[in-house]
Design a protein around this ligand. Sequence first.
Ligand code: ACO
Length: 402
Amino acid sequence: AIDISKLRSQTGYITLDYGFKNTGSTSSAITFLDGEKGILRYRGYPIEQLAEKAEFLEVAFLIIYGELPTKEEYEEFKDAIVHHTLVHEDMKHFLEAYPRGAHPMGVAASMVCSLSTFYPESQDPNRPKKAIDLTIHRLLAKLPTIAAWSHKFSKRHPVVYPNNKYDYTENFLYMMFSMPTEEYEPDPVVAKALNKLLILHADHEQNCSASTVRIVGSSQANLYASVAAGVTALWGPLHGGANQAVIEMLENIRKDGGDTDKWIAKAKDKEDPFRLMGFGHRVYKNFDPRATIIKKAADDVLDKLGVVDPVLDIAKKLEKVALEDEYFVKRGLYPNVDFYSGIIYRALGIPTEMFTVMFALGRLPGWIGQWKEMIENGEPIGRPRQVYKGANKRDYVPIENR
Ligand code: ACO
């Protein structure tokens, strides 16, 4: 193991690596991935086994605390989370101030950051273990409520309070889809599919949002603020925002007559900024194991729910054409986790602008686990170097002489 306290700041040569393509920022025991072989494991457990057999909160515990929980530990963990699912009434007034149609990722990020003001003990940099655990329980408990409320408010529908007779995923669905005028009972097929999707998104080592959480947390910013930064990093279309962009792209292709060759040509044209959304990955250059699971789940879920979605056919056609095309093969561009996830979310009735929020719900344990590991490692403040290429020393010129 590396003794971080022995690492001194280095002067002299600086490694310039735009986008940190080959620069490690930490050592981590959370997620193992092998981009060449398409392997992904959380704490050693293969993603395929977890997605098939585990519950999302069980995986959250594994990622955050390092081991699968025993029965007692799991009951205690779930119980602690259930007791915090309500969001402070005053936070509802914030929601009223957002404009109609406000993007729920913007709402979620600011609401998560606001939690730190309601629970100021989270700002104590000494962080006793009990306070950290409480913050972890609150975050896991409240993000689904915040997410569902942001959706309800964007529609100007009344918010639905959590009902703790339901489990984690069911409760979220209940808050999303219940109306005072209509009974809603979460469908077990939908809840199961959601459980799987959340597990598949739960961590992915030093991706853009996780690195953001770690670097923000390295200044001793509190966990809510660090996670809020993760939410905003995830929002971008090159990261989690890709799932919304994929469906919008597939819809555009459908409306355009479904000519996938035309869109593939556009993606290959270096003069055209268009990229095939949901294709390519910084570390997977062979295939993304999550995409393999999600593709199968998309077929299963649509079949079980009796949903026919024409964009699924377009997605499959696009994938087939791209996988046979030299441009994509040569660059190792394959469907990533976001390529099929949107199709499942749509079949589950989740509106498109909520897709990236769904990703955030799944990624939350990863952000927490990465933050906690960084704190426990005693890592120094993150502070990259630069190579200066601006003007040399010059003298101030008064404004009338410029
Ligand atoms: N469509 C067309 N060409 C692409 C695509 C794409 N989706 N992705 C990469 N390329 C090309 C690039 O133009 C570049 O070509 P060149 O070598 O001729 O210049 C080459 O492939 C390498 O691409 P980079 O952008 O250098 O790869 P990088 O590792 O920096 O980016 C990224 C990875 C951001 C995921 C990229 O593939 C992309 O933009 N994909 C689309 C957005 C997307 O799906 N993002 C979700 C990622 S998964 C996640 O975050 C959960």
